[in-house]
Structures are given as structure tokens and as C-alpha cells.
Design a protein around this ligand. Structure first.
Ligand code: ADP
Ligand code: ADP
Length: 232
């Protein structure tokens, strides 16, 4: 679903660049849940931002569902972002909008009419277990409920790929488990490919079938989670 081929990302001026990613080769299998684990500053956010075109590779190619992200123009990037949902550590909900209206936002942007939006949002609220919170504002929701809204919003445009940027890092262990269970359910029921980044080993062990370990911009190990985390 996603391949990184010799991807290097340099920040800063050409004379004195900072190398955030250094020759990354990686594959994210279709329908799999892949975890990328590494310390703060290892390059995880950079990696994920290359997938939805928020950053551009300095060298190499990032290919998402057959399309090279670096070759897309603005129209192409808009199309890509409908195919790629994203959830965040701090949820990134709009406080002035209800749960329903937060989930509706990407559909409004895509030009859906109100009836089509309702037909899409109501089942999503049910899917994430918030059927009775449609009219609640983010300030009236718990952290876990806010992330459920974030997940529903990410799914609104029926993406093929879900990116998760430390989505459980602001949640307590019990809530973390419930959100991971929801992501697993969505992966199984919708066949959605999931790529998540985390600094927490437990998250990867709980949910990811495949894992890549990143350190100082290099992938130092990758493979099935069972192989990576089982001592020989
Ligand atoms: P593409 O987006 O280029 O079609 P995919 O990653 O979807 O690439 O598939 C490439 C190949 O890898 C296919 O032959 C597919 O069957 C295989 N594949 C996809 N997902 C997995 C996985 N989780 N584990 C092992 N092989 C996989
Ligand atoms: P992680 O998500 O693993 O914490 P990041 O991808 O955010 O890592 O960052 C990797 C490295 O790149 C860090 O040293 C960070 O300071 C640097 N970096 C990230 N974004 C920029 C930027 N826009 N300009 C310069 N350096 C950056």
C-alpha cells in the first residue's frame, strides 16, 4: 500500500542540512497494521508526513497506492488526502463544533450535500460507539471519546489508509486499550490499512502485525512484530 524507496529527508539550508531520514526503504502491506517505533526525534513524524504529502522527500520515492506522492500537484494532493485519513495525539478537533459537525467537516470540504453528510456521519458515530454523543462539544467529551470523534472524522471520506500519529499517547492505559481495540476492529471490518507511529512498545505489541524500528532517521529493523519482539 505504501513503499518508501531510498527516502532521505533533509531540513534546513542546503549548505548545512539536518538529515531527518536517511535512505529509508520500507513497505506497508495492504490491509495490515504497521507500527513504526522510535525515540523522540528519530524521524517518525517526518516519515508519516511524507505519506500524505505534508513534507516532500529530498531524495527517493514515497509511493502510496501506486502514486508517487512527490509528483502530485495541489489537486493531486487534495485527492490523496481523501484517500489517507489521519488521527493525532491531541485529537485536533474544532471546539466550536459538535461531534457530528467535526466528523462532517471533511465531507463539507469535499462538497457533499447535507443529506449525504448525514447518511455518512450517523453510521460513523455508531461505529466508534458515540451514537448518543452526536450533539456534544469536545469540551463535554472524555479523551477517549474525543479520539473516537477523531477516528470517525478520519474515516469520513472512506480512506484506504489511516495514519496515526501517537494517537494514544495522551490517554490513560485503559482508554489506550479501548482505542487500540477500535482501530483493530476498523482494520478488520473495513479492510483499512493502518500505519501508526508511537514511542510506546506496548502499543506496537498490542496492535501491529508488522513493525519498523527507526533510530536517527534510519530503519534499523523491520518485519512481523512477532519476529522482532521475540528473543531468539
Ligand atoms: P501495492 O500498493 O503496490 O499493490 P501492496 O503492499 O498492496 O502493494 O502489495 C504488494 C504485495 O505484497 C502483494 O503481492 C501483496 O499480496 C503483498 N502483501 C500485501 N500486504 C501484505 C502483508 N501484510 N504481508 C505480506 N505480504 C503482503
Ligand atoms: P519524531 O516524530 O520521531 O519525534 P520528527 O520527524 O518530528 O521525529 O523529527 C526528526 C528530526 O528532524 C528531529 O531532530 C527534528 O528536530 C527535526 N525536524 C523535524 N521537522 C523539522 C523542520 N521543519 N525543520 C528542521 N528540523 C526538523
Amino acid at each position: 500500500m505504501v513503499t518508501f524507496e531510498g527516502v532521505t529527508k533533509r531540513y534546513g539550508d542546503a549548505a548545512n542540512p539536518f538529515v531527518a531520514l536517511d535512505g529509508v526503504d520500507m513497505t506497508v502491506g495492504r490491509g495490515a497494521i504497521t507500527g513504526i517505533i522510535g525515540r523522540s526525534g528519530a524521524g517518525k513524524s517526518t516519515l508519516i508526513r511524507l505519506v500524505n504529502g505534508l513534507e516532500k522527500a529530498s531524495d527517493g520515492r514515497v509511493v502510496v497506492d501506486g502514486t508517487e506522492v512527490g509528483q502530485l500537484n495541489e489537486t493531486g494532493l487534495r485527492g490523496l488526502r481523501r484517500e489517507v485519513g489521519m488521527i493525532f495525539q491531541h485529537f485536533n478537533l474544532l471546539s466550536s463544533r459538535t461531534a457530528f459537525d467535526n466528523i462532517a467537516l471533511p465531507l463539507e470540504i469535499a462538497g457533499f450535500d447535507p443529506a449525504a453528510i448525514k447518511a455518512k456521519v450517523v453510521p460513523l458515530l455508531d461505529l466508534v460507539g458515540l451514537g448518543d454523543k452526536s450533539a456534544s462539544y469536545p469540551s463535554e467529551l472524555s479523551g477517549g471519546q474525543k479520539q473516537r470523534v477523531g477516528i470517525a472524522r478520519a474515516l469520513a471520506t472512506s480512506p484506504k489508509l489511516l495514519l496515526s500519529d501517537e494517537a494514544t499517547s495522551a490517554l490513560d492505559p485503559e482508554t489506550t486499550q479501548s482505542i487500540l481495540a477500535l482501530l483493530k476492529q476498523i482494520n478488520a471490518e473495513l479492510g483499512l490499512t493502518v500505519l501508526l507511529i508511537t514511542h510506546e512498545m506496548e502499543v506496537v505489541k498490542t496492535i501491529a502485525s508488522h513493525v519498523a524500528v527507526i533510530d536517527k532517521g534510519r530503519i534499523v529493523e523491520q518485519g512481523p512484530t512477532f519476529d522482532i519482539f521475540t528473543a531468539p
